[in-house]
Design a protein around this ligand. Structure first.
Ligand code: MN
Length: 289
């Protein structure tokens, strides 16, 4: 199906194209289709994406996300998008610890600057913190002389992806190992394990996600990020955070939501999903256990 779609897009592109190179978000990589389908950009301040240029250096980001469950989202730039994994317990610097990393839909590169609160009831509803970010390369041991992008793509395809992170909080060599594909259905994603390799940045026994509880960008706690948006979940939190937003192009649509009825949320019930849409408004921190 994806192949058919690609073929179609290609055929369309082969006919004299007036849209080549256009920044029309609708023409953005098909890889972002699922990301977009899950979100209503008139309600969430998350970027629609598709307009970010590659810098030639691979970026990574880790976001702490208090959705239905608090988890960490690891995103690695590859092929113009951010490959993404929801890591329920977050990364560990202890090489003896293997952390489940559930692959989720590719995200736009613009997501790397997103910190704020996704409105309750929307996909992934909850507060998002920029917990770490930086650049990464293919682990030289894996790359074997190939370029980073080629080596990373190869490792990703093999399900044995070794990278060296250069972030503020995560550094050194890590591996993502694919353990199984999703249980049937083209939309289900594989599970991976995220493991720290033994190197100078490994810290046996350390609990970095407990030790580091503030934004790498703003220094704020989850509570402070959540409070910044006030009580109206539809207020674009980035309005209070000019330094966090790099508007290269006008935001897609910040028009006030007009729909009287909530749209159907087709998101699967995973850790990344929004808290169940409440019939009445749910207090922000009610999910705390
Ligand atoms: Mn998430």
């Amino acid at each position: 199906m994806a192949a058919a779609k690609r073929g179609k897009a290609k055929a369309a592109g082969d006919r004299k194209t007036k849209s080549a190179g256009s920044h029309d978000p609708k023409k953005a990589p098909a890889a972002l289709d699922e990301y977009r389908k899950k979100r209503d950009f008139s309600k969430t301040a998350e970027p629609a994406g598709g307009g970010a240029a590659r810098t030639g250096t691979l970026q990574f980001v880790v976001q702490k996300h208090a959705a239905r469950n608090v988890h960490f989202d690891l995103r690695l730039e590859l092929d113009g998008v951010m490959k993404s994994w929801a890591v329920p317990k977050g990364p560990s610097l202890d090489p003896s610890v293997k952390r489940l990393a559930m692959q989720v839909e590719d995200h736009p590169i613009e997501y790397n600057t997103f910190e704020g609160t996704i409105p309750a009831g929307e996909y992934g509803g909850g507060t998002v913190m920029l917990w770490d970010r930086g650049t990464y390369i293919a682990d030289p041991a894996m790359a074997n002389g190939a370029s980073d992008e080629v080596a990373v793509q190869h490792g990703y395809d093999k399900g044995d992806l070794k990278v060296v992170l250069n972030g503020q909080r995560l550094r050194g060599s890590w591996v993502l190992v694919r353990t199984r594909f999703g249980p049937g259905g083209s939309s289900s994603k594989p599970s991976w394990l995220l493991i720290k390799h033994r190197d100078a940045f490994a810290k046996p026994g350390a609990d970095i996600v407990a030790d580091v509880a503030t934004s790498v960008e703003s220094g704020r706690t989850m509570e402070q990020i959540a409070a910044a948006k006030g009580d109206d979940a539809r207020v674009h939190s980035a309005n209070n955070e000019p330094s966090l937003v790099t508007p290269r192009k006008p935001p897609v649509s910040r028009a006030k939501p007009r729909r009287a009825t909530p749209r159907v949320n087709r998101a699967p019930p995973d850790a990344h999903a929004a808290a169940p849409t409440a019939r009445k408004r749910t207090p922000k921190s009610s999910g705390k256990r």
